[in-house]
Design a protein around this ligand. Sequence first.
Ligand SMILES: NC(=O)c1ccc[n+]([C@@H]2O[C@H](COP(=O)([O-])OP(=O)(O)OC[C@H]3O[C@@H](n4cnc5c(N)ncnc54)[C@H](O)[C@@H]3O)[C@@H](O)[C@H]2O)c1
Length: 458
Amino acid sequence: MLQRGSARPHEARFNGTEPHLNISIFGLGYVGAVSLACLGRDGHHVVGVDVDAAKLELIAAGRTPVVEEGMVDLMERVAKSGRLRVTSDARDAVLSTDMSLVCVGTPSASNGSQDQSAIVRLAHEIGVALRDKASPHVIVFRSTLVPGTVEGVLQPIIERESGKRDGDGLHICYQPEFLREGSSIRDYDKPPFTIVGANGEAGLSKLRELFGHLPCAFHSTSIRAAETVKYCCNNFHALKITFANETARLCEAMGVDPFEVMDLVCQDRQLNISPAYLKPGFAFGGSCLPKDLRATLYFAKSHDVELPVLANVLASNRAHVDLAISKVLETGKRNVGMIGLSFKTGTDDLRESPLVTLAEHFIGKGLRLRIHDPEVQLSRLLGANRRFIEQHVPHIAELMRDDLHAVIREAEVIVVGLDHPKVHQALAEVATADQVVIDLVRLRNRDDIAAKVEGLCW
Ligand SMILES: NC(=O)c1ccc[n+]([C@@H]2O[C@H](COP(=O)([O-])OP(=O)(O)OC[C@H]3O[C@@H](n4cnc5c(N)ncnc54)[C@H](O)[C@@H]3O)[C@@H](O)[C@H]2O)c1
C-alpha cells in the first residue's frame, strides 16, 4: 500500500491548531534525540526516556546530547516550548503517552551477532507497564533489528508481560529509520520513504498521522519485510561504497581519474543507477560480464591491486547456479525438461550461459535431458557462439526439441529459464500434478499450473 505525502513545511503545518500526539521516545542517541526534537518542534508532546542520566539532564536543560547540525537551536526551542519532559522511568513514560518510539542501540556483539539485550530488557519494562494501562498504546520499534526479532522475540515478551495481544489494547509496528548522522534533521524531514510494518490498521493510521505529511512515499508492509528492507539498504550502501573504492584502486593502477570514471558511471540512469539488474533472478552469463570481470581481476592481480569484492562476484554467481542444480537433484527425478538455453531471454547467444552449465551438469549426472529454446537454432549458430557449444556440450543437438509442449509432457521435472508468455501458457496447458517445475524466471501464473512450482529462492 503506498501513499505520497504533500510537501507542507512543518512550521506552517504545526501552527498550534493541528491535533498533537503524546509520544514517549526510548533511547536518546542520534535517532531518538533527533526524533524527540523534531516531533516536539512539530507540536507533539514528547517524553524522552534513557538509562543515561547525563543525557536526560542535558535534554531537560535544552541542550543536545548529540552533535548534529541544527540540534543546538532546535533542542533549546523545544525545551522552552513546554512540550518536552524527560524521565528514566519506563512505566511513567508508557502510562503518560499514547505511543512509544523505541530507538535504543542494537550494537554488534563480539561474535558479530546483534546485541539485543537493551531492547529485550526494554520490551519487558514496556510490557509490565502496559499491564496497568486501560487505553490503547502504540509501540513503534525504530532500532535496526535482525528480521524476525519484533514478531519472534519482542512481541511475545510484551504480550506475556502485559497480558494483552497485538491488535487488542496494544498495537505493534516496525518503522525503520533512514536518517544519516551529520544530516539527520534534514533526513528526518525528507526521508527516501516511510516504511511501516504492522499487522493491523490502528498503529499504521497513527503513524500516517505522524509521518504521512512528509514529502515521500508511505509504504505499509509486513513487519518482517520492513525489518529486512533496513538491512538490505545498509548492505547496499556498504556494497556501493566498496565498489567505488575498489574502482578507485583499479583506476589508480590504470592511470585514470577515479572521480571522473565514477561520475560518468553514475550518469547512466538507464542501466547503472536504476532498477536494472536489481531484480532477483537466475545467474548472469553471456559473452561480456564473465570475461570482462575475469580480465579486470587479471589486470588487478598483475598490478598488485586487491579487489576482494569483485574477486568474489563470479563465486557468488556460481553459488546461484549450484543452488539451481541442487534444487533439481533434490527432486530425485531423473527425467528433466529444460526450457531456455541461451544466456537470457530474447537471444541465441549461448556463450557462458548459466543454463548451458546446468545442462552440462545434468548430462554429467546421467539424467535424461530434453531442451527447448525457440531462439536457438543450432544449425544457424556461427563463430564463437558455435565454438562454445562444440567445446562445452558437443552433443546438445540431440537434446534440442522444437516442440515445447512435448518437452513439458515428457519430463518429470521442468526447469524454466525462459521468460515468455508462450512458456507460461504451455505450462498451464500441459503440466500435471505429478510434475515439478523449477522456476528460474519468477513465473507470474503459478496458480494456473497444475504441477508443483518451486521458485529458485522465492
Ligand atoms: N545512528 C544512525 O545514524 C542510525 C540511523 C538509522 C538507524 N539507526 C539504528 O537506530 C538505533 C539507535 O541508534 P543510535 O545511533 O541512536 O544509538 P545510540 O547508541 O546513539 O543511542 C542509544 C541510546 O539508547 C539508550 N538506551 C539503552 N538502553 C535503554 C533502555 N533500556 N531504555 C532507554 N534508553 C536506553 C542508550 O543510553 C543510548 O542513549 C540502532 O538500532 C541503530 O542501528 C541508527
